[in-house]
Design a protein around this ligand. Structure first.
Ligand SMILES: [Zn+2]
Length: 62
């Protein structure tokens, strides 16, 4: 499944971004920054869930 592998490259990229966001979130006390970063993490996680609609138990439609 070549397409599956490509999708997981995207997942890795998103994971990497989420990880970077989490580090940033933990390294700042600025509330606005933390909120913005938390929003970003949510977006990345939604993107990731959309890549694998079969693997996540719930179907989230926006
Ligand atoms: Zn994937």
């Amino acid at each position: 499944m070549i397409q599956e592998a490509r999708m997981c490259d995207l997942c890795r990229e998103l994971d990497y971004k989420i990880e970077a966001c989490r580090r940033l979130e933990n390294s700042t006390n600025d509330e606005l920054t933390r909120e913005a970063v938390a929003d970003l993490i949510r977006e990345y996680e939604e993107d990731k869930a959309k890549l694998h609609p079969n693997q996540s138990g719930e179907t989230s439609r926006s």
